[in-house]
Write a protein that binds this ligand. Sequence first.
Ligand SMILES: [Zn+2]
Length: 337
Amino acid sequence: MADKYWGQVAQLTGLAHCPNQGPFGLKDGAAIGSRNGYIVAIGPAKDGNKQSVKIMVRFPETSDGNLARMALENSNELAVALETDKVAAKQLKPASISTNSILWTWTYMLGKPKAEKLAAVANAIVNALKGTVPDFQGKCETCRNSSVSQVMLMNNLPGYFCSGCQFKAQEQQDSAAREYEAMESNLGLGLIYGAGAAFVGSLGWAAIALFLNRISLWAAFGIGFLVAWALIKGMGRITMMGQAAIALLTIASVLFGDVLFYTGYIVRNENVPFSGALLGRVLSIFWSVELKEGWLSIGFALIAAVYAVYQKGRKPKFNVVFTQLAPEGQANSATLS
Ligand SMILES: [Zn+2]
């Protein structure tokens, strides 16, 4: 696993190489740490087909986003590192500069820039900020009060987070989870909404099928969504019973929609007036037709329903995760989740 390149970058920048960690999401992770009081991460990245190495420098929110840009433009060290006379807008093109961070994206075609060159640019950026852009001063970036000695990851973003603020974030997640658990679950209302949606879905299904002269699998998707959405709307917190009801109502909606479609088809194409007898005739042959033709639409409708339940009806996921850095060669990583 030892990667000489990133180990070298880490060494030249005074950071720690943490494989699989950091904001860029690749196996090689990033060199992460603090320098001059700023949080720094340098690592490989991939945007689509474009390969790059990225330098991220984080600093406390400034009121003026131009502060960091000016600091970079005035840096002789950065000019030297970039092998240019003067840092101007052109040189800063790879940099996306905000009021609290710089993200330098160094795209390349054939090979990564030399480790020395990458480190020189990163160090120059960090040195340029010093004295112009305030640093974290070893303080928690959330409360700006407690001293923090180590850089940690919050959802892979490196920063300074004190144990108090980590605890608070955890508490907020827990109470949101409790709120969800305490949410009312009204199966009766859910069934009313769901049945209404299923009926509307059947009418729409038949109308679209009659219009197109064939069934449309997109309409099947629509039914699944509609039924699930309506039932969840009525029910609130969804339970296993609710999920089962969504599945049954979705199937019922498609089946009834097909009954209407077949009946309507005969009424229109054979000029037979609608009657109970006609409906009976359709129903008598319904299953033999439906077993051949209907299962695909039912399948599609159910997929949509499952997807809608997954999107809207599941317990919300609260995912603020704090992780300690796990530098290469040190096999200790603790996850607070
Ligand atoms: Zn704090």
